[in-house]
Design a protein. Structure first.
Length: 320
């Protein structure tokens, strides 16, 4: 598994979304929505919104174009079909919310639904997804429609996720698109720039900037985890450390098997357990310090020894 660097000057948004176009879309959607919600009352939110919105729109446009070009819509995806089958109900709900603000006969309402509900409820998968994208574009930054736009954005993201995946909810960048990748990076760079502006604005209490970013998603995306199965009385390499990790670094180890483990740092991937190690009890989950596993400065391999002579170990190691 490729390592994901975490550091003060590393663009965490770009790193978190490097393996997933969907993560980039989710990060961007939450950031734009949160900024827009405060844009009328918080000056810095309006500045940041104006910075990032064009980049987000460009990314989402490239995303839809990429989906159409890669042919990922070929074949029926059950989750997508379920969403499309239920879409008329959602469209009806959206219209009711919008009609509460703009009468159906007004120019503004017609701008959002120039062909009524037909393009949203009928047609090919891609055309219907494009219709939702067009509706979002037509709503734009209309503050009176913030709530309903949030619902439409969530549904649109769900459609894109379902379109590009069958059993797996993660869409990766295996099929490359220069335009899509360029716009992803541009979006992430703009969000990183906004992070700096918001921290500077709220420097007396930086927690006030937290609501503009999906910290949970970032944290989960930046973590690395490794699933391992280890034969009885055998040692297996868990992680090769290719960069210096501070001695305070920690690992979460989930032992799903009824066997004890010894976790230690070694000079080689075949290194045997020595005098310094941590013991992970059977059927347990815990957090362990790197320094407790051996010489942190010179040894690169984090190895695991299965102490049982009959039971195969099944574990997950997560880098915290």
């Amino acid at each position: 598994m490729a390592k994901k660097p975490i550091g003060l000057l590393v663009n965490r948004f770009e790193v978190a979304s490097r393996d997933s176009f969907n993560v980039a879309a989710a990060i961007g959607a939450q950031h734009v929505s949160a900024l827009h919600a405060d844009s009328a009352t918080v000056p810095i939110a309006l500045v940041c919104y104006n910075n990032v919105k064009p980049k987000y729109d460009a990314y989402m446009a490239a995303r839809v174009a990429h989906l159409a070009q890669t042919g990922s819509q070929v074949g029926e995806v059950l989750t997508l079909q379920q969403l499309l089958d239920g879409m008329p109900t959602n469209v009806e709900s959206w219209q009711i919310s919008i009609k509460a603000v703009y009468d159906a006969k007004t120019v503004r309402f017609i701008e959002m639904f120039p062909k009524g509900k037909s393009v949203l409820n009928r047609g090919t998968q891609i055309n219907r997804i494009n219709a939702v994208e067009s509706l979002l574009t037509a709503i734009g930054s209309d503050a009176a429609l913030t709530a309903v736009k949030g619902k439409i954005t969530l549904f649109h993201t769900a459609l894109l996720t379902a379109l590009t995946t069958k059993d797996d909810a993660k869409s990766t960048t295996v099929t490359d698109s220069t335009t899509l990748e360029t716009t992803r990076i541009d979006l992430c760079n703009e969000i990183e720039g906004n992070l700096g502006l918001l921290i500077n604005n709220f420097k007396k209490d930086t927690s006030l900037a937290a609501k503009y970013f999906d910290e949970t998603l970032l944290h989960n995306s930046l973590q690395m985890s490794f699933d391992l199965k280890i034969k009885p009385l055998c040692t297996k390499k868990g992680i090769k450390r290719t960069f210096k990790i501070p001695i305070t670094h920690q690992f979460q180890i989930n032992n799903r098997s009824n066997t004890s483990l010894k976790v230690f740092i070694a000079l080689t991937k075949n290194g045997l357990v020595g005098l310094v190690f941590v013991t992970v009890p059977p059927m347990s989950a815990g957090v362990y310090d790197l320094i407790a596993m051996g010489d942190n400065d010179t040894k690169k391999f984090l190895n695991i020894f299965n102490m049982d002579d009959k039971i195969k170990a099944d574990i997950t190691i997560k880098v915290l």
